[in-house]
Ligand binder design. Structure first.
Ligand code: PEP
Ligand code: MN
Length: 334
């Protein structure tokens, strides 16, 4: 970190700033010019508050030269993180397919869809039990009953399950859940992230609607700081000026996040587009750009789905898409 001082800083204030920074465990290397003085800070500066230092009377500006995330940073962990879930692995050159309905609606529904997506090649089953809905009058999910039905579908198919957590208080009910999803709206629910950091369950962390890459990686850092390194990053579309699609899929997230971090990056083309007809082309683009996997909403009766029907694809469409993705994946690897 570099701290640029205003011209002719007050000596007492400068000494006290240096003392204070040293007490935080960083080494200070001052460069004194005729008009400008610069402090080079060496050591772990991740815990220093940039805004606080910038606000000091004698400080003209502060610049970070190193990213504030350590555990998620590829610089300190050059190899890809590979996360094992049941018989499947996420990351490290594998293409992981997670599929299932937006919400668990009934035993028949989740079991039928689970069997279908498994036959097509999905290796994890998704399904929401606790649903973050914009309106309190919309279907809120089957909650605990939904978790039980996911376990039934898991037992039937052997597919590990991925489902969203919305409240720390529910964590005890997530014992049989294999991958815990943190939804876009909760990406910065720091207490929730800390609680998940104390578990050792894989966490699928979705990017917030208007979050930067650094904010997403700092949220991953919250989980990893607790000792849970099993984090999967998920780009699910961000808010832009475009209203034709539900969100705007940020394809750049794939190469950028993979460059900045060693964590697996997966794409959710369903929430990114909001339209079933766009799911396949976006999924193909994601695989071509190097995504480690996809999470796709599949429903056997989208017209009557209780949540996100318009963006859900049918099992037959998922089957055709998986075949295409296999070809794209081989072409990219080749
Ligand atoms: C979901 O996966 O069903 C969901 C609500 O996702 P997001 O948090 O990305 O909106
Ligand atoms: Mn959904």
């Amino acid at each position: 970190m570099i701290v640029l001082l205003k011209p002719n800083p007050d000596k007492a204030q400068l000494d006290s700033l240096i003392k204070w920074l040293e007490s935080k465990g960083v080494e200070i290397h001052p460069t004194v010019g005729t008009t400008q003085t610069i402090l080079g800070l060496v050591g772990d500066t991740s815990h220093l508050d940039i805004d606080l230092i910038s606000a000091l009377d004698i400080v003209a500006g502060v610049r970070r030269v190193q990213e504030p995330y350590k555990n998620a940073n590829r610089k300190f962990h050059p190899d890809d993180t590979v996360i094992k879930v049941g018989n499947t692995v996420i990351g490290g050159g594998n293409l992981t397919l997670i599929a299932g309905p937006c919400s668990v609606e009934s035993e028949e529904q989740i079991c039928a869809i689970a069997q279908k997506v498994k036959e097509s090649g999905a290796t994890l089953l998704r399904g929401g039990a606790f649903k973050p809905r914009t309106s309190p009058y919309s279907f809120q999910g089957l909650r605990d009953e939904g978790l039980k039905l996911l376990s039934v579908a898991k037992k039937l198919t052997g597919l590990p399950i991925v489902t969203e957590i919305m409240d720390i208080a529910h964590l005890d009910s997530f014992d049989d859940v294999d991958v815990i999803q943190v939804g876009a709206r909760n990406m910065q629910n720091f207490e929730l992230l800390k609680a998940l950091g104390n578990t050792r369950k894989p966490i699928l962390l979705k990017r917030g609607l208007s979050s930067t890459y650094e904010e997403l990686l700092m949220s991953a850092e919250y989980i990893m700081a607790g000792g849970n390194n099993n984090v999967i990053l998920c780009e699910r579309g961000i808010r832009s000026f475009e209203t034709y699609t539900r969100n705007t899929l940020d394809i750049s997230a794939i190469p950028v996040l993979k460059q900045l971090s060693h964590l697996p990056v997966i794409i959710d083309p369903s929430h990114a587009s909001g339209k079933s007809a766009l799911v396949a082309p976006l999924a193909c683009a994601a695989v071509a750009a190097g995504a480690d996997g996809l999470i796709i909403e599949v429903h056997n009766d989208p017209e009557h789905a209780l949540c996100d029907g318009p963006q859900s694809i049918r099992p037959e469409a998922f089957d055709a898409l998986v075949k295409k993705l296999g070809r794209i994946s081989s072409a990219v690897k080749g």
